[in-house]
Design a binder for this molecule. Structure first.
Ligand code: GRF
Length: 202
């Protein structure tokens, strides 16, 4: 039997990717258990969605305290929960190198564009305004840069003439909810290694 990996999810907002991961875990598609949800925003709807599912969820506000102190609290909560992997799901803070070193190649993020195009904020709008014909989403390992880590999986979405940035974002989000669980399943069930910055699955 595959062993259960313990995941912590870090979010700042509505938490739809958290829900997609949690549902995939519940269905047995991802051999993992979400043991903690952390938000830096106390009013993030994702916290309530976690509690509805019986998953421990805590707010650790980032405002008004130094970054190292905030990260120390987040790391302590993740360690206390016994999580070995960290999934960023709409977490609107950059992690420091010391946080990343604490979970080497065990921090995953999802970004709503085909990286390395359009990193950073409002990626769907950036791609739409640029006029790309194809966009999508990227699941990647987290390094010290912004949306710059090794790519695990991407899913593409065609851009239509009558799309607005919001309509495109909605279609990308549907693909995010497929991509994040699929990438976790791959990382947790298949042998893989890093060759340079390429994630190679055997
Ligand atoms: C998603 O678009 C994700 O790609 C980006 O932030 C958004 C989070 O949405 N990193 P949700 O909170 O998971 O609904």
């Amino acid at each position: 039997m595959e062993s259960m990996t313990r995941l912590a999810v870090l979010l700042s907002g509505r938490g739809s990717n958290f829900v997609a991961i949690a549902d995939a875990c519940a269905r047995g598609e991802v051999p993992a258990e979400i043991v903690l949800v952390v938000s830096n925003k106390p009013d993030a709807p994702g916290l309530e969605r976690a509690r509805e599912r019986g998953i421990p969820a805590v707010a650790i506000p980032g405002k008004g305290i130094p970054r190292e102190e905030h990260e120390r609290l987040v790391i302590a909560a993740v360690a206390e929960a016994g999580a070995g992997w960290v999934c960023l799901a709409g977490y609107m803070r950059l992690l420091s190198p010391s946080f990343i070193e604490r979970f080497p190649q065990r921090i995953v993020n999802i970004h709503p564009a085909l990286l390395p195009s359009f990193p950073g904020l409002e990626a769907q709008h950036q791609a739409w305004a640029h006029g790309v014909k194809v966009s999508g989403c990227t699941v990647h390992l987290v390094d010290t840069g912004c949306d710059s880590g090794p790519i695990v999986l991407q899913r593409s979405v065609s851009v239509r003439n009558d799309d607005t940035a919001e309509i495109l974002a909605d279609r990308i989000l549907e693909q995010e909810h497929v991509a994040y669980p699929a990438a976790l399943r791959m990382l947790l069930t298949r042998p893989w290694r890093l060759e340079g910055r390429r994630v190679v699955f055997e």
